[in-house]
Ligand binder design. Structure first.
Ligand code: HDD
Length: 747
């Protein structure tokens, strides 16, 4: 047992996931026996949720603590029943007239079983269909208590939360690592009702007015004739739209940057995007933008990794989130606000706060922390929780109000509306995951899937028959009486909304050289996939207005002439926009260890990785248990299953010969050609290309050489002392990648 609690938990999970002891219980699940080879003959009750899992809190449809589990209607008891509780002796044979006779229509069990199955699917979300979620808790620092009366932001108040992360364009079954915006939606179950902060990992949006949402989504979704490509922006309709509709330029350059391919949901920022209005106890107001800052830092994949992962592990982000929580390495974010005076013109330093295509640089308005969110439990049931959770920008609590951002106005309508078709009626708030933890006393009645049993006879007001209840709540939610600047009615927008290029240029100028290289490569890749030449040329005209280097490099990549076009003035860069150049914690990072002949050295180093709060995965030619002294050490990845994209760094305990035995020893039977197993050289050359730290001892240098890694390459450490090698690797990992391996002419 090691001392670091995260490492201890990681250890337990690794045991639970991969090293089941065939004779004993399942680690971490006391009393639960491992499955037997034969089908069990004795019935037993359903298994309890695993220690890392938690269902929705148990509240009634009217928001009262229910005293029972929210899963009351889920599996219970040992014997099969119908939906109405009648026990069944057989569910494997339809009711027939004779052994080879026809199936009878009167078979109510057959019909119930098949009918229910036929209706298992609900419409997927029209956007953000692919997602993963977790439960957690938000604890407020109290720093926002002077500017908002929201009870959940008062000092040390703890509020349960449920967070769903998502991609935007892909279907429910699409890959996690595609280039796209990520959704970051948080449901706060506050004592004053539900507050939903429905944000993204990109602080701006493609459009300034919600009326254009169907346009941008129709352009981004697969082409309507062949329904391809899935979960991609690299196609004609997307680039046709954004090249014509230049207010999308800012969001698009963020998508083309490393922000479009996060390393993990745990390593993304979140943004409320719009400006919101906070209301204090005394009625005073401030304008704010919400930010989530991940404790693990903001990190991304590189594009080739993202593409490989689409095939190797399409569930990469979903798995990473669940594994981290199961391991006890709970992801954390600080919630912060940028604050602006609530002036009549609703601008700050000349930036229109009602324009969702604009940011306010953090250097102009620092993000002030107001609380900490910790995700600490996985859902018990994906459908009941992650699929049925319903977010809505209109789920607000006293002390938080919306502004007149026309993008937000449309969202205030759309979210409620979409749940009605997605969840089958107006009572979706009564689904367990959506139930408030505050008493509900509305006058909404009946409707599809009503589960509340409302007492009383007078769901109307005024009434005398129910004693006049419900009364208006004097301390309830009030919209701020902000004076509206009147003007002519019309389909209008302010002149400031015409500035589409100054902030894309600000973003570009704020990136480090290697990040700029990635942006160039992303535009070049995406536009190379566009069929129509005119669309590419038009998009180059857009790029010319951002920056001549960006435009020139992409044009060269496409083999097209550089168009005329001049960027605007140089804004002061915002260093906060760059992800590179800082040092971050390495807890929760995944370290592959290619086993070598000295299994004890592997054991020691594996333990040191665990003690550092990271996740070691032992890689060997075949599965099984490594020899040596001490506890048995199970191989978690065979050479056949290991792929570099799963690891943040790789340690090599020797150069395994082709077809080596379980220790990787060189004396094994001959097999694949070459001095080192080609699956290991692929592992190492990819990891090297993706700028991951590498370390090795024994004859690891032979493996590095076989992988084409030049001697003395940055971030590649070899030596005789495995502990010192690991130390170097951890130092490199703190910077996320060995950025020097991407030399840039833009430096
Ligand atoms: Fe939206 C889902 C975020 C603009 C209409 N949106 C959805 C989700 C996120 C966002 C994170 C997934 C929620 C979940 O996990 O269930 N959307 C945003 C952000 C926007 C934005 C940050 C701009 C700042 N959205 C936007 C507009 C409209 C919508 C302008 C419509 C006018 N969004 C929807 C929707 C969805 C949705 C159709 C689909 C499924 C759902 O709501 O529940 O209502």
């Amino acid at each position: 047992e090691h001392t670091n609690p995260v490492a201890r938990a990681v250890d337990k999970v690794i045991d639970a996931v991969t090293d089941r002891d065939p004779s004993g219980e399942i680690p971490g699940r006391p009393g639960v026996e491992p499955p037997s080879l034969a089908e069990p003959v004795e019935p037993r009750g359903p298994l309890p949720p695993k220690p890392d899992q938690r269902g929705p809190d148990a509240f009634t449809a009217t928001g009262q603590p229910s005293g029972e589990t929210a899963a009351a209607r889920a599996q219970g008891g040992e014997f099969l029943t119908t939906a109405t509780g009648t026990r069944l002796p057989d569910t494997d044979h339809s009711l027939k007239a004779g052994v080879r006779g026809p199936v009878l229509l009167r078979d109510h069990h057959l019909r119930e079983k098949i009918t229910h199955f036929d209706h298992e699917r609900i419409p997927e979300r029209v956007v953000h269909a692919r997602g993963a979620a977790a439960h957690g808790v938000f604890r407020a620092y109290g720093t926002a208590a002077t500017v908002t009366r929201a009870a959940f932001l008062a000092k040390n108040v703890e509020t349960p939360v449920f967070v769903r992360f998502s991609t935007v364009l892909g279907s429910r079954g699409s890959a996690d690592t595609v280039r796209d915006t990520r959704g970051f939606a948080t449901k706060f179950y506050t004592s004053e009702g539900i507050f939903d902060l429905v944000g993204n990992n990109i602080p701006v949006f493609f459009i300034q007015d919600a009326i254009k949402f169907p346009d941008v989504i129709h352009a981004g979704k697969p082409h309507p004739d062949r329904e391809i490509p899935q979960a991609q922006s690299a196609h004609d309709t997307f680039w046709d739209f954004v090249s014509l509709h230049t207010e999308a330029t800012h969001h698009t350059i963020w998508n083309m940057s490393d922000r479009g391919i996060p390393r993990s949901f745990r390593m993304m920022e979140g943004f409320g995007v719009h400006t919101f209005r906070l209301v204090a106890e005394d009625g005073g107001t401030v304008l704010v933008k919400f930010h989530w800052k991940p404790k693990a830092g903001v990190h991304s994949l590189v594009w080739e990794e993202a593409q490989l992962l689409g095939g190797v592990d399409p569930d990469f982000h979903r798995r990473d989130l669940a594994d981290a929580i199961e391991a006890g390495a709970f992801p954390e974010w600080e919630l912060g606000v940028q604050m602006f005076p609530d002036t009549q013109d609703q601008t700050y330093e000349g930036i229109d706060l009602l324009d969702s295509t604009k940011i306010v640089p953090e250097e102009l308005a620092p993000v002030q922390p107001v609380g900490l969110m910790t995700l600490n439990a996985n859902p018990v049931n994906f459908f009941a929780e992650t699929e049925q959770v319903a977010f809505h920008t209109g789920h607000l609590v006293p002390g938080i109000d919306v502004t007149d951002d026309p993008l937000l106005a449309g969202r205030m309508f759309s979210y409620l509306d979409t749940q009605i078709s997605r969840l089958g009626g107006p009572n979706f708030d009564q689904l367990p995951i959506n139930r408030p933890h505050a008493p509900v006393n509305d006058m909404l009645r009946d409707g599809m899937h009503q589960t509340a049993v409302h007492a009383g006879v007078a769901p109307y007001r005024p009434n005398s028959l129910d004693g006049g209840c419900p009364f208006h709540a004097p301390d309830g939610y009030v919209e701020v009486p902000f004076p509206v600047a009147a003007g002519p009615r019309g389909r209008l927008a302010p002149a400031s909304y015409d500035d589409h290029f100054s902030q894309p240029r600000l973003f570009w100028l704020s990136l480090s050289p290697v990040e700029k290289e990635h942006v160039i490569a992303a535009y070049t890749f995406e536009l190379s996939k566009v069929f129509e030449q005119t669309i590419k040329e038009r998009q180059l005209q857009v790029l010319a207005r951002i920056d001549p280097v960006l435009c020139g490099e992409v044009a060269a990549g496409l083999g097209l002439p550089v168009p005329e076009g001049v960027p605007g003035a140089d804004p002061a860069p915002s260093p906060a926009l760059s992800q590179v150049g800082r040092t971050w914690p390495v807890a929760g990072r995944v370290i592959g260890i290619v086993a070598g002949p000295d299994a004890d050295a592997v054991r020691t180093i594996r333990q040191a990785v665990l003690d550092g709060g990271m996740v070691p995965l032992v890689i060997a030619p075949t599965g099984g248990v490594l020899p040596g002294t001490g506890e048995p050490m199970t191989v978690q990845r065979t050479f056949a299953a290991a792929r570099s994209v799963e690891f943040d760094a790789i340690l090599v305990a020797g150069a395994p010969a082709p077809g080596a035995d379980a220790t990787g020893a060189r004396d094994a039977k001959a097999g694949l050609p070459g001095p080192v197993d080609p699956r290991v050289t692929l592992l190492l050359s990819e990891a090297y290309r993706h700028a991951k730290p590498l370390g090795g001892w024994g004859d690891a240098e032979d493996a590095f050489a076989a992988a084409g890694i030049p001697p003395g390459a940055p971030g590649v450490t070899s030596g005789d002392d495995p502990a010192a090698v690991l130390g170097q690797v951890i130092t490199s990992l703190g910077g996320h990648r060995v950025w020097e391996r991407f030399p840039s002419a833009l430096a």
